[in-house]
Ligand binder design. Structure first.
Ligand SMILES: *Cc1c(COP(=O)(O)O)cnc(C)c1O
Length: 451
């Protein structure tokens, strides 16, 4: 293959060399970018956040009727923010350094409808497409309550349209569940290694599941091709969709409300530090955008990836973004972390959002699993391995004097810090499978090195 870069040259960067050896890494931006300048540089209009928030509001009555697990929030898809003091103390003991400030868990593993962060982005895009079709057919006004989509003539129109997506699992679940409920003809392209229970669940809801030999990128490419051949099919593009991104971004404004209701102060001297598992980057990127819009320079966002699939770390560090894949540095892209097994980052996020992202941390599968075991033992909370990727971040920040000095994170600021680990998935995992994750994690607690 004719590569647009010189691998040997890239490997002279010790961070890239460590990524290529599948070692754990942590690196941070050299200096802060003013948030307003960063948002400007992203080229993304902050108005998309509110537009998506309002759209979710229009659909709330529809969700409350169709998905019983959203009744308790009157149809709004949101997750709890919980303190995890016992996990904080246990990790402090393991890592050999107590974490100043407070550690919280944002429980997107418990998001209604599809049990992962994908319920924010994936669902938003389906809603937007449904509205667009109904409006174009003259059957809906842009301000209507989404229950008009239940009228038989609207369902008939939607059934003549297709929605397609390529997914390792969780995105397919979110899109498949909601698109089929709206009456769309829905196809999810999955890689062969996607979990069987996800395929079965989708098929039980009338979704067509197409399995592809090869990896996630191949499944996405296949989905894109079939949609290109048929103009009635809308392809949800995980690698570049602004609608997905907008759906994720709503979380920022909502988290601001949750912290305010808990009386948690966030400002320059009381930093909010958010640790986000990263696959293709749309989820953590969108959440970062929403958080920056809500909190400005007071929020710090750190992305966490598996050592075998660090596509965002690699893309941003080399400046090559989606022109380089983890395979180009000899990595196999294999990880137990569903949703994070991605070889090439989103075009939208790495390149356009890098000024808003503070740092990039990679963790081994063994460490992610050990975190799953510890979270179960200390807090009685069960999440999937991907969802635990963020737990190393707070300690990596403690160790990095250069980053702390550049970003004003002195001892006093860290003593007032609010660390939020974003837990991105888990509640839909069948209990037998979850029991397996926990047991495997518990066995690894004393195996991994805690440094
Ligand atoms: C998709 C996913 C992520 C990351 O989102 P990206 O948009 O792919 O970066 C994290 N955790 C879980 C469980 C996911 O399914």
């Amino acid at each position: 293959m004719n590569q647009a870069f010189d691998l040997e040259q890239l490997l002279t960067d010790p961070v890239v060399a460590a990524l290529a050896r599948a070692e754990e890494t942590a690196w941070f931006a050299a200096a802060p970018t003013d948030t307003a300048a960063g948002i400007e540089a992203s080229g993304i209009d902050p108005a998309i956040v509110d537009d998506a928030r309002v759209r979710f509001g229009r659909f709330a009555p529809w969700f409350a009727e169709h998905f019983p697990d959203t009744r308790a929030t009157h149809g709004i898809l949101e997750s709890p923010l919980v303190g995890i003091p016992d996990m904080q103390a246990e990790l402090g003991a393991r890592f050999g350094a107590d974490l100043p400030g407070k550690l919280w868990l944002k429980r997107d593993d418990a998001l209604p409808v599809s049990g992962s962060i994908k319920a924010r982005g994936g669902i938003h895009e389906v809603l937007e497409v449904a509205e667009r079709i109904a409006i174009a057919a003259g059957l809906m006004a842009g301000t209507d309550d989404a229950r008009v989509l239940e009228r038989p003539e609207v369902r008939e129109v939607l059934s003549r349209h297709g929605i397609a997506v390529g997914s390792t699992g969780n995105l397919g679940l979110s899109i498949g569940i909601v698109a089929s409920e709206l009456g769309f003809n829905t196809t999810v392209h999955m890689s062969m290694d996607a979990r069987a229970w996800k395929k079965e669940l989708l098929r039980s809801r009338g979704v067509t599941v197409v399995e592809h030999a090869g990896n996630f990128s191949d499944a996405v490419a296949a989905g894109r091709r079939t949609a290109e051949e048929d103009p009635s099919v809308w392809f949800v593009d995980d690698e570049a969709s602004l609608s997905l991104f907008a759906g994720y971004s709503v979380a920022g404004a909502r988290l601001a409300g949750q912290l305010a209701s808990l009386g948690v102060t966030v400002d320059e001297r009381h930093p909010l530090i958010v640790h986000l598992p990263c696959g293709v980057g749309g989820g953590p990127g969108g959440v970062t955008f929403g958080l920056k819009a809500a909190f400005g320079d007071a929020v710090h966002c750190v992305f966490a990836e598996p050592t075998h699939a660090p596509c965002m770390s690699l893309g941003v560090r080399t400046g090559l973004h989606d022109s380089i894949s983890v395979a180009d540095i000899g990595l196999d892209g294999l990880t137990a972390a569903d949703g994070l097994a991605v070889g090439r980052p989103s075009r939208l996020v790495g390149e356009h959002l890098q000024q808003l992202i503070d740092g990039y941390v990679t963790v081994t599968d063994e460490r992610m699993k050990a975190f799953v075991g510890l979270l179960h033992d200390t807090e009685g909370i069960d999440v999937e391995p991907s969802a635990a990727a963020g737990f190393a971040g707070p300690w990596r920040i403690l160790e990095d004097e250069t980053y702390r000095a550049a970003f004003g994170l002195d001892d006093a600021a860290l003593a007032n810090a609010t660390h939020v680990v974003w837990s991105t998935g888990g509640s839909m995992v069948p209990s037998a499978e979850m029991t397996g994750y926990v047991a495997e994690g518990q066995a690894l607690i004393n195996e991994v090195s805690w440094r």
